[in-house]
Design a protein. Structure first.
Length: 339
């Protein structure tokens, strides 16, 4: 075939190759309208101090009103005015009440915590036995009660609650409180019909990429978790790895805005001891802060205060206890000392 007959096809091929190259190298970026409350850096907040804990079967030991108010003022003093709360229980209701009562300039991403509706004993490393069907049935009833509590709080504090999150890591394949995506979609639809605020679901970036299309169609924005340290990334690799996680979610689900609802860096961790220190946390915090501002992405840094109740009680150096930007005694770590 004469070369001139191939030229149109060659031109088309080159054009398509160019477009593909541009798309592949396109950097993730959003508009300012995609930010939650106009904020880039927000904070995950749970106020449980030494000796306190949420209900683990025998009832909760909640912080006092005075302690919660102290926490909120500490966050305000460090320009952290958007917080994430994880459930719609008593402690959350108290926090919302105090914000309103004291007219604090704090806004809230409200959570609705979902317990297991499916036994994931084959996928979760620490579930040694199947969850009994009787317990799963009770959990379904309690989950709907939690949904109703959250709806009530979102309405009662509509000037404070700026968005609502339904379920936290209830879909990713390693969790101990699994709920089917079909059930979560039903919850999301119910919540959306009941309140005016945007509604999302928080889960691991891999789950959103692989399985998130049907849920993404229902939520108002995508809530992503990303933890480079848990995936054995060094601090030098951390920012690039986080960015790739979000770019991959965006590529898989391009029609929804994204907020990072959890991401952080532990300062003590037996699991990744060489990387867990205050210097690395400060670097990750500062790197993320710059990236979030550049891309108009709301990033909820995990977390405000260390929580010694989490993880194995015998493992005092377990990472779960040490993600705070502040120590459990409320003194600031290095990332916050300059604030």
């Amino acid at each position: 075939m004469a070369i001139y007959k191939l030229l149109p096809n060659i031109k088309i091929f080159v054009a398509l190759l160019f477009i593909s190259s541009v798309q592949a190298n396109e950097k993730f970026s959003q508009s300012a309208n995609d930010l939650l409350q106009g904020q880039t850096i927000a904070i995950a907040y749970s106020g449980f101090r030494a000796g306190q804990h949420p209900d683990r079967g025998d009832g909760a030991v909640n912080p006092s009103d005075k302690e919660i108010l102290e926490d909120l003022n500490i966050l305000l003093a460090h320009d952290l005015t958007l917080i994430r709360l994880y459930d719609s229980g008593e402690n959350t209701a108290t926090t919302l009440k105090l914000i309103k009562q004291h007219q604090l300039p704090i806004k809230v991403l409200l959570g609705m915590w979902l317990e297991a509706e499916v036994s994931n004993h084959l996928g979760c490393a620490w579930l040694e036995q199947p969850i009994p069907e009787s317990e799963l049935s009770v959990n379904k009833i309690n989950n709907m009660k939690e949904i109703q509590r959250g709806i009530h709080l979102a309405k009662a504090y509509s000037d404070i609650v700026i968005a609502v999150n339904v379920g936290n890591e209830a879909l990713v394949d390693w969790n101990d409180h699994m709920v089917t995506v079909e059930s979560i979609i039903d919850y999301v639809k119910h919540v959306k019909k009941s309140i005016k605020q945007p509604v999302t679901v928080a889960d691991n970036y891999e789950w959103w990429i692989r399985d998130g299309a049907s849920l993404a169609a229902e939520v108002d924005f995508i809530g992503v978790h990303t933890y480079p340290a848990w995936e054995n990334k060094t601090i030098e690799e951390a920012l690039a790895y986080t960015i790739k996680n979000i770019e991959d979610v965006h590529q898989a689900l391009p029609n929804k805005s994204i907020a990072i609802l959890e991401g952080g860096w532990a300062t003590t961790a037996k699991e990744f001891a060489a990387q867990a220190n205050e210097e690395n946390q400060q670097r990750y915090f500062n790197d993320i802060k710059k990236w979030a501002k550049t891309t108009n992405t709301t990033f909820f840094f995990f977390e405000a205060f260390d929580e010694p109740w989490k993880g194995n009680p015998a493992n005092l150096e377990g990472a779960e206890k040490h993600w705070g930007l502040f120590n459990v005694d409320r003194t600031p770590k290095q990332a916050m000392k300059a604030k």
